[in-house]
Design a protein around this ligand. Structure first.
Ligand code: BGC
Length: 762
């Protein structure tokens, strides 16, 4: 019975259209296309499709009906009128639209397609739900600082619950690009520089977005992007060419994608960049041989926004038709925004340049996933105006946003235990972001509203609850001075016990196309910091940032430094929780903060070189820049708590790991402080001699523990041979017997406790 499958609400929402749909003979056939099965029904449908309709199923367009931020993303006129787009949808010229305006838009389009199109194939609604829909969570790199993948799974789940409630079937997330050059603005969108963390967060986010079953009305299809090595752009310049070896590709850039696919992600997006001369959109080795052949990927590949067409300007395709041919033959199933498939695929097939069977295979993949999303069963499954409202910004969601934000905050420095501040203190809160209604959510938010987010002034006002005093002064613009700003800030500082200075990057300084040549605090804000430091008042720096920054002068010298990222809806409250000591900071850096911009690209798991410079003095003819060591100011994994954490007693159950065995390694972690703390205990390994040189350290495991004041815990890890794999000389995963260093430590650069073990030969 149709009624049993289609909810009462969606019947109301779809109205006449859904009744027409339910009654039509073609719908009876389509409804047999059930999630995950019935390939025969899909093939029967494909059998009825014209070439033009097939090309339409492979063409995704930006919604002509945007809204809020979506209007900026999809400027009016750019995508034609909504009426014209509906006409295209009804004519079978598009498979779906992205970044549209919620359930109202989706309802109108789906209704028109279901009642008016020849084959009544439901359209799919996509959007960039990167770190929240209406409830905004911390930017993904901030959330990675929690070192708690299950937190990212929970926030992705809530994002899906809200977004799917607003008619969205498919999110263009997670971004799983490893980012090792902090000049690159899209660092904020991933999980940082490390492969293990990248893999774990990729998988967690996929699980969160897709939920228990893709067909659930609160599940969204995940899209692991950008395939591949987009983060390796030369000189950190967004869209720039990439030239990495296949070994580095397989060792570093591909594993988070594999983890996302293993977790069930059924779509991926071709990256804008080329790799060694071949644009991803035209890279058959990447999109077909590796992705489908070697990895057995069952989902579909979508180009990034006009990425296929961009092969023309990149000098890889002659014209739009050539671009369509190259991208399609490489294995890009669906074209986003450029329209080259709908325009040229039919002709290419007719002229014998593209095999019809390949087109059918791509259409089959797309339809199979629409079926898995439950769209054939009920095209209005996620479209519900009431649900859209009812699910928006629930208290439980905002509570989770606050929890996630607290866990994302990283305390870099806390000399003399300046933090936490007493709520009774006289605080001067200074900086261009302190009381702003902008720059709270982060650079990549389509539907969230900055005006609803909590800034630090509001957070502190609430947290202090009338005790002490709070003076709030901007002091500077983000990248321009404010007339009289420094004078006003200095006057406020003089009347205060302590200065909290919130400075750093605005939303539009990181994110897509926002590469920076210097990753420093902008000059006018730096000048403000210098003037405030000169007052002699204790200075707490709260950074706003989407990337690692190279801290200088008074900012670097301040006694307390807090990494505050873009924390989303509840950021100001979360920062207050940490500043006033309601919560002990527990975040750890997911990417290293270098000493200077010129060290980028920088990552802790680099190679030793034949001339390493041991810590300490800069030695001649050793590996370092003039004047600075080749180390981070604050390395990957670093972050303080309000406790006093001490590592001791490395213990191993054996000096050697048998080839098919395991090794238990433990350390005692003690909190000698007077406050409870959460510690992220990290295990690093170094393979001393191998047929391919290995990084000086690599994270192999981590565990977050809670330690009451005065308590200690023995934290133990089990290592197996699989944890020691690397891409060997034959470009395959391999492991070799030999001696390994092992550290259990609080960061990639800290000594922690150290031992060695041997991996015995088989
Ligand atoms: C970005 C993608 C995004 C797409 C659609 C592109 O410019 O690179 O990450 O999903 O736009 O908005």
């Amino acid at each position: 019975m149709v009624e049993a499958r289609i909810s009462r609400r969606s019947l109301l929402m779809g109205g006449a259209a859904i009744t027409a749909w339910a009654a039509s003979p073609v719908s009876a056939m389509l409804r047999t296309i059930q999630p995950g099965r019935d390939a025969a029904a899909i093939d029967a449908l494909i059998g009825q499709m014209t070439l033009e309709e097939k090309a339409g199923q492979l063409s995704l367009m930006a919604s002509a009906w945007g809204g809020g931020v979506a209007t900026t993303l999809n400027p009016a006129g750019d995508n034609g009128s909504f009426a014209a787009q509906i006409a295209d949808a009804v004519a079978g010229k598009l498979t779906g639209v992205f970044n549209g305006n919620g359930a109202a838009m989706a309802l109108q389009m789906q209704r028109a397609v279901i009642s008016g199109s020849r084959l009544k194939i439901p359209v799919i609604f996509a959007a960039d739900i990167i770190h929240g829909h209406r409830t905004i969570f911390p930017v993904p790199v901030a959330e990675a600082a929690s070192f708690e993948p299950s937190l990212a799974e929970r926030t992705a789940r809530v994002a899906a619950f809200e977004a799917a409630g607003a008619g969205i079937d498919w999110t263009f997330a997670p971004m799983v690009d490893i980012a090792r050059d902090q000049r690159w603005g899209r660092t904020m969108e991933g999980a940082g520089e490390d492969v293990l963390l990248g893999r774990q967060f990729a998988a967690a986010r996929v699980r969160g977005f897709q939920g228990k079953s893709l067909s659930d009305a609160d599940a969204m299809l995940a899209c692991a992007k950008h395939f591949a090595a987009y983060g390796a752009a030369e000189a950190g310049l967004d869209y720039n060419s990439v030239d990495v070896s296949e070994r580095t590709l397989r060792d570093v850039y591909l594993p988070p994608f594999k983890a996302a696919f293993d977790a069930g992600a059924l779509s991926t997006m071709a990256s804008f960049n080329e790799i060694s001369g071949i644009p991803s959109n035209g890279n058959k080795w990447l999109m077909t041989d590796l992705l489908r052949g070697e990895w057995g990927f069952q989902g579909f590949v979508v180009s990034d926004y006009t990425g296929d067409e961009e092969m023309i300007l990149a000098g890889f395709a002659k014209d739009r038709r050539d671009a369509a041919r190259i991208a399609f033959l490489a294995g890009v199933d669906m074209s986003m925004k450029s329209g080259v498939y709908v325009e040229h695929l039919p002709g290419l097939v007719r002229d014998g340049l593209v095999p019809q069977a390949l087109v059918d295979a791509s259409v089959r993949r797309v339809l199979a996933i629409k079926a898995r999303l439950g769209l054939f069963d009920n095209p209005f499954r996620r479209i519900d105006l009431k649900r859209e409202k009812a699910r928006s910004r629930l208290k439980t969601s905002l509570d989770l946003a606050r929890e996630a934000a607290v866990k994302s905050i990283v305390l870099l420095k806390n000399d003399g235990n300046l933090l936490p501040l007493a709520p009774t203190a006289r605080i001067a809160l200074i900086g261009p972001f302190a009381n702003a209604k902008t720059d709270l959510n982060g650079p990549w938010v389509v539907y969230g509203d900055n005006a609803q987010a909590i800034n630090l002034a509001t957070g502190l006002t609430e947290g202090m609850a009338g005790r002490g005093s709070l003076a709030v002064v901007a002091g500077s613009g983000v990248d321009k001075p404010l007339a009289g700003g420094i004078e006003a800030a200095v006057a406020a500082a003089r009347n205060a016990d302590v200065v909290v200075l919130e400075i750093g990057e605005s939303e539009n300084m990181s994110g897509e196309a926002q590469s920076r040549d210097e990753i420093t605090v902008p000059a006018p804000q730096q000048a403000l910091a210098e003037a405030l430091a000169a007052t002699g008042k204790p200075l707490v720096i709260v950074l706003k940032n989407g990337r690692a920054l190279a801290l200088e002068g008074a900012v670097k010298a301040a006694p307390a430094i807090v990494v505050g990222w873009f924390l989303g809806s509840e950021g100001g409250r979360a920062l207050t929780d940490v500043l006033l000591g309601k919560a002990s900071p527990s975040g750890r850096l997911p990417m290293s903060f270098p000493i200077a911009s010129g060290q980028e690209p920088f990552h802790y798991d680099r190679k030793a070189t034949g001339r390493p410079n041991p810590s300490g003095d800069l030695l001649p003819y050793k590996t370092h820049y003039r004047g600075i060591p080749n180390e981070a100011l604050y390395p990957f994994g670093h972050g303080l708590t309000f406790g006093d954490i001490v590592y001791s007693n490395l213990a191993q159950n054996s000096p050697a790991m048998a080839w098919d065995g395991s090794l238990e390694i433990s350390a005692t972690i003690a909190n000698r402080g007077r406050r409870e703390a959460e510690e992220v205990v990290q295990l690093y390994v170094h393979d001393r001699v191998a047929t391919v040189t290995q990084p000086i350290r690599e994270l192999k495991a981590f565990r977050k523990i809670r330690l009451p004041a005065g308590a200690s815990e023995v934290v133990s890890f089990k290592l197996r041979r699989e944890d020691l794999l690397f891409i060997g000389t034959a470009l395959k995963l391999t492991v070799e017997p030999g001696t390994f260093d092992v550290w259990i430590a609080p960061s990639a650069q800290a000594d922690g406790v150290h031992g060695t073990f041997d991996l015995s030969a088989a």
